[in-house]
Design a binder for this molecule. Structure first.
Ligand code: HEC
Length: 158
């Protein structure tokens, strides 16, 4: 591996670094940067969590637990942002989805407005499936499960 130092500083010219040759030591052993990148969750993994959080958010809102709905929305944003980093080819679509569909949901949660929430939520689901179709996955149609979400408890807190 060749690493260039500029002006005696620690700057690394990454264009000369081959990630399969950079070995890092973790408490479990050694791995290359390439391997580290490879084990980051892609959209398939991200989406499983996304779908679960999206459902929990709705049930929390239905139960009037707006704080929990807000928490699930924040976590949903975080996991979708992981996808934006690990799959930059879809980052723009994901960002647009956030702006067009998650922002209105957030407003409705802040206002504790069920009618606005339900509309924004249903619009978002159409947006989810629109992106599935646009990315060649028209066969993935997100629908709400018929069984209650597992964790956490969703009853109203106040
Ligand atoms: C970038 C556009 C995009 C958006 C927006 C999007 N998805 Fe996805 N989703 C994908 C792609 C691409 C896949 C297939 C994953 C793969 O190719 O690895 C997928 C797969 C899925 C899956 C199947 C996961 C599995 O493997 O069982 C679910 C569930 C899912 N998405 C839910 C959602 C939900 C819910 C939303 C909206 C809140 C959403 N998606 C928004 C692109 C998107």
């Amino acid at each position: 591996m060749s690493v260039k130092k500029r002006n005696g500083g620690n700057a690394i010219d990454t264009s000369t670094v081959n990630p399969s040759e950079v070995v890092i030591t973790t408490k479990h052993g050694k791995m290359t940067l390439d391997q580290l990148a490879e084990i980051q969750p892609g959209l398939g993994t991200v989406m499983v969590e996304y779908g679960k959080r999206f459902y929990r958010m709705k049930v929390a809102a239905e139960e009037g637990n707006w704080d929990l709905a807000n928490y699930q929305l924040k976590e949903a944003r975080e996991i979708q942002e992981v996808g934006e980093t690990t799959r930059p080819a879809n980052a723009e679509k994901l960002k647009n989805f956030e702006n067009n569909y998650l922002d209105p949901i957030e407003k409705a949660i802040e206002a504790k407005d069920w009618n606005a929430f339900e509309k924004a939520y249903n619009d978002a689901i159409a947006g989810c499936n629109g992106c599935h179709a646009a990315t060649g996955h028209a066969y993935i149609k997100y629908e709400l499960p018929s069984t209650p979400p597992d964790l956490p408890a969703v009853g109203p807190t106040q």
